[in-house]
Unconditional design. Sequence first.
Length: 246
Amino acid sequence: MARIYTILFGLCIASFIGSLSYRVPRGISIVRPRSFCPHCFHTLGLADLIPVVSYLLLRGRCRHCNMKIPPRYFLVELALPLLFLLLFQRIGFTYRFFLLSYLISVMLYLSLLDIDTGHVSAWDIAAVYIGSLVLLFFSLTNRVPYRATYYLFGSLVGVGLVGVSFTVVLLLKRRIPMGAGDLLVIPALGFYFGVREIVRVLIFGSALGVAVGVVLMAVGAVKRDQKFPLLPYLAAGVVFELLLFS
């Protein structure tokens, strides 16, 4: 039963962050109006809102206007419950499970924002720091495996890596880096992982981002000077670390 509850929990969170990622950047209340199609603005019924199932039954299209529903929302609804389940099987229902589940959810939310709008606000990034502060509190009360210094060192390494990234861009392009505010997520991720772990997250995320970028440029899907979303690859690095090393 615990596995079923974990999957249902993941489905609910996935559906919520999908709605949140559409409403927040557009200034729409998360309470009202009820869920609607972003193309025809028709209010959706219960049959349209069942995570994963509705998308499959409707073949990825709105019931009312037949416009295509972006597949990224379906992929999040599919991936998040599975990630929660795999994480549960590794560490069980612990304080750390809920903190890391929160981290995965927030990173997927930020990834949707980055892909959809190309902009992530300071308030959005603050969500990662809120979880890291809770983790720090739990470490002080011995509710997670490591002491507070372990997480603090990880965050300091994150700060150093962000500083190096900004300095390299400044030296190479002779200007202050702009549009790289999403790098400020990295120090918060260090809180969750520690030194070795945050380095692995960044190595994997960067390598994946470079590989995907090269492929997309090779097929002409993106241009060399086009802004490339960073946060989906950081999120992939987080998942890689949690599933292989947590």
